[in-house]
Design a protein around this ligand. Structure first.
Ligand SMILES: [Zn+2]
Length: 185
């Protein structure tokens, strides 16, 4: 860190600025750059015009499994993997490029919603990649439609069914019909 060049630091500030514009939390900037907390929070205030939000990052693997987040996470991660493997952008830069493409894709065809909050925030996208790197998540093929989706790692192979194919839970309905049939007896 002590030997970091001025040009290197300029590149990190530029990267951090891009991430702030995309909605990154301060913890993400700290993890992805070598810049100090003070510099990062000053940069954040300059760009956003307010102090960075405090508190913990959303830490839930299960959030990525609920159906709409799962579809968006799957779309993002497919783009990220492509950018990481087929372009010169790596690490945080691949994340930034993939996230920009995700924003374009998720708002394509409905320009009136471009100002709406994206389903997958930049910070969530960053966590998603960390969960993959940490071996908590994997891409699994759906046993019904054969599409590839974000799923828990170590799920038994061949039995995974995606969020689109899985019918909604009918527990309430089943209980109600059981009740009415037992009332008849
Ligand atoms: Zn499916």
């Amino acid at each position: 860190m002590a030997t970091r060049s001025v040009a290197g630091e300029a590149r990190e500030i530029e990267l951090a600025s891009q991430m702030i514009h995309l909605g990154a939390r301060l913890q993400v900037l700290q993890a992805e750059t070598g810049l100090s907390y003070d510099r990062l929070s000053r940069l954040y205030r300059e760009i956003k015009g307010c102090s960075p939000p405090k508190g913990m990052l959303p830490f839930s693997v299960d959030w990525f499994m609920t159906w709409l987040p799962n579809i968006h996470s799957t779309m993002f991660y497919s783009i990220y993997r492509y950018v990481d493997q087929h372009t010169t952008a790596k690490g945080a830069r691949a994340l930034v490029e993939a996230y920009k493409l995700y924003l374009e894709q998720s708002s394509a065809g409905r320009p009136e919603h471009t100002d709406a909050e994206p389903v997958l925030s930049f910070t969530r996208a960053w966590m998603l990649v960390r969960f993959f790197d940490g071996g908590l998540l994997q891409m699994s093929n759906c046993a019904r439609c054969d599409g590839s989706f974000v799923a828990h790692a170590h799920d038994p192979k061949g039995s995974y069914v995606c969020a689109i194919c899985k019918p909604p839970p009918r527990a309430g309905k089943t209980r109600a019909s059981k009740k009415s049939s037992s009332a008849q007896i």
